[in-house]
Design a protein around this ligand. Structure first.
Ligand code: S3P
Length: 425
């Protein structure tokens, strides 16, 4: 599929974005592990989150859907059945890595795989600590690449110092920790998104939090809960950047998750000079939520590195678009994780933005972007990466002439309504 984007002078109005992807995955996981019914309102109807649903159905969990309501009949921690077939995580790293943690805890045989992109992404970051806890895992390249075979059960807690700030690693280990004797602790170099910890708290699981550290005890009893999923900040990000770039814009995005471990883009855009305010800030099932108001403002370049990187890692493609149109230089460093996302986002952003006339240069761990104040429409490729496709669409709104995004169907992974929302503005 192709998406055609024409330039726009401004975007105005009020929009909603779909449910948070990270929280939707976790809602299904904890709903399945709890006893009784969990009702999830505002569930993200995206390809990634359906993968998680399908995997749990294969493990004997009944999950029903009525529009954006998903109802899970949880069977308790020990209620999962050995799947009869291979579990397919599709394009979803979150499904694969979080399920690895869970499968490590369960005393059965399972095989998990994914699509071409996911089969290239490193799994040793979860496999290595899970093996230390006692799991048996086999796969290509010393169990680094999917498909992976897991024989789980009989885990013991470990105190793990993770070399990467990754919520997927942390969450996999915390999920395995629910099935481990004693305490499982994870310390990370910088704090990554903490939705798992917040959802554990919502389900009444006792966790201990320190600075960049979290601990959980094995074998808690958990019961089904109601969950309201806020709008996905990462989906809102495309419209936040678009409204900042297009003169005369004034946009309100309703009910967006503003968990501080996710809102690095807000901090950086403000530093660049953006006009953004949060309204009606509140907490809903342990997660901060707000309406976000954005108006046009001229942006200037910034330097981005260090602890903010995990808090905006998924927003770097669209941030690169903002930087291309800002005044001055933007330097993004210490973000080598971009190389192991759905595509190598350093390479793919460099390629696609160059086609549009941006002055952008890849570094081993980031990007240098010299703002030119203008872009021209081009024929871009998504590289099968939803965030590259949507970032290119935002660039297209602010460019001269038409932009075509080839392979735009990957947008369905996280934001099927994106083209429609774009048109509504
Ligand atoms: C996610 C964690 C992040 C993020 C991904 C979703 C999650 O990945 O990039 O889109 O839901 O836990 P890492 O944990 O690999 O940083």
């Amino acid at each position: 599929m192709e998406l055609s984007v024409k330039p726009k002078d401004s975007i105005k109005g009020e929009i909603k974005v779909p449910g948070d992807k990270s929280i939707s995955h976790r809602a299904v996981i904890f709903g399945a592990l709890a006893r009784g019914v969990t009702k999830v309102h505002g569930f993200l109807p995206g390809e990634d989150t359906w993968r998680t649903v399908e995997c749990f159905r294969k493990m004997g969990i009944d999950i029903q859907r009525e529009q954006d309501l998903v109802v899970i009949e949880g069977k308790g921690l020990k209620g999962l059945q050995e799947p009869e077939d291979v579990l397919d995580a599709g394009n979803s790293g979150t499904t694969a890595r979080l399920l690895m943690g869970l499968l490590a805890g369960n005393p059965f045989y399972s095989v998990i795989t994914g699509d071409l992109s996911l089969k290239k992404r490193p799994m040793d970051r979860v496999v290595e600590p899970l093996k230390k806890m006692g799991a048996v895992v086999y796969g290509r390249q010393g169990a680094n690449l999917l498909p992976l075979t897991v024989m789980g059960g009989n885990l013991k807690g470990i105190d793990y110092l993770s070399p990467v700030a990754s919520a997927q690693v942390k969450s996999a280990l915390l999920l395995a920790g629910l099935y481990a004797q004693g305490t499982t602790a994870v310390t990370e170099p910088y704090l990554s998104r903490d939705h798992t910890e917040r959802m554990m708290k919502h389900f009444g699981i006792n966790i201990k939090k320190g600075e960049n550290r979290v601990e959980v005890e094995g074998f808690p009893e958990i019961e089904g809960k109601k969950i309201e999923v806020p709008g996905d900040f990462s989906s809102a990000a495309y419209f936040m950047v678009a409204a900042s770039l297009l003169p005369g814009s004034s946009l309100r995005i309703l009910k967006v998750g503003v968990n501080p471990t996710r809102t690095g883009l807000l901090e950086v855009l403000k530093e660049m000079g953006a006009n953004i305010t949060l309204e009606k800030e509140r907490i809903e099932n342990e997660e901060p939520v707000a309406d976000i108001k954005i108006g046009y403002a001229p942006l200037k370049g910034v330097e981005i590195k260090g602890d903010v990187i995990p808090r905006l890692i998924d927003e770097i493609p669209v941030l690169a678009v903002a930087a291309s149109l800002a005044e001055g230089e933007t330097v993004i460093r210490e973000a080598s994780e971009l190389r192991v996302k759905e595509s190598d986002r350093i390479d793919t952003m460099e390629k696609e933005l160059k086609k549009m006339g941006a002055k952008i240069r890849g570094l081993p761990d980031g990007l240098v972007i010299e703002g030119t104040g203008e872009l021209k429409g081009a024929v871009c490729e998504s590289h099968g990466d939803h965030r590259i496709a949507m970032a290119a669409a935002v660039a297209g709104l602010a460019a001269r002439g038409e932009t075509i995004i080839k392979g735009s169907d990957c947008i369905n992974i996280s934001f099927p309504e994106f083209p429609k929302t774009l048109k509504s503005l």
